[in-house]
Design a protein around this ligand. Sequence first.
Ligand code: C5J
Length: 226
Amino acid sequence: MIDVPARPYPYLLDPRHTALVVIDMQRDFIEKGGFGDSLGNDVARLEAIIPTVAGLIALFRKQSWLVIHTREAHRPDLSDCPPSKIRRGNPSLKIGEAGAMGRLLVRGEPGNQIVDDLAPIDGEIVIDKPGKGMFWATGLDGPLAERGITHLVFAGVTTEVCVQTSMREANDRGFECLLVEDATESYFAEFKAAAIEMIVAQGGIVGWVAPLGALEKAVAEAGAHV
Ligand code: C5J
C-alpha cells in the first residue's frame, strides 16, 4: 500500500488495484462556444487545471495504472436525454442544438471530444455517460470488476456536479475514493471548496482529498517506476 498524505487522514492507495478517473475534460465544458459557456459560465477557470490533470495522467501512465476518461455525452437522437435536462437552465443553446463546436453534448461532435492535451491513448477506457454520475447507464461496473479495481482516484470537472456525483456513486459501491484537489475545478470557487469539505467531513464520508504533489511524492517514495 502507498500511504498518501490526505484529508481527513492518510489515503492507502493499492497500486495493483487503482484506476484514475478523469471526469468530463471535454471541450463542451472547457472551451468558449460549448455547453458550459452557453449557460453563462466562465470557462477559463476550468481550462486552468489542464496542466495539473496532464501531470496526474502522466503519473498513472508511467506506473501503467489504468486511466478512465468520461464524457458527458448523448446519443444523436437524444433518446438518452430526458426532456427535463434539455429544458434545464434556459441556456442560450440547448443540448443537441448546433453551437460553435457542433451539437452540444452529443457523441462524436467536435465539442464532445476531450481536450487535446488530455487525449486518451490506446488501452485507456473512454466512457460516454448520459448523466452526471459515471455509473448511471454506462456499464462501467463490469470493466472495473474484471480488472479488480478497488481504489479510484478522481480528477476533472465540475467538482460539485459530475465529479462529486461520480465519487458518491463509487463510494456507495465500495470503492476507496481519492479526489486530487488541484486537478478538479468548478465554475464557482465556493462550490468547489464546499464540495471538498462535504467529501472529507464526518471522517471522509465520501472519501479523501489530496493535492497532486502529495500523491506524486508518495508514489515516488514507494516505487521503482518513478
Ligand atoms: C455539468 C459536469 N456541470 N461535467 N457537467 O453539467 O459537471
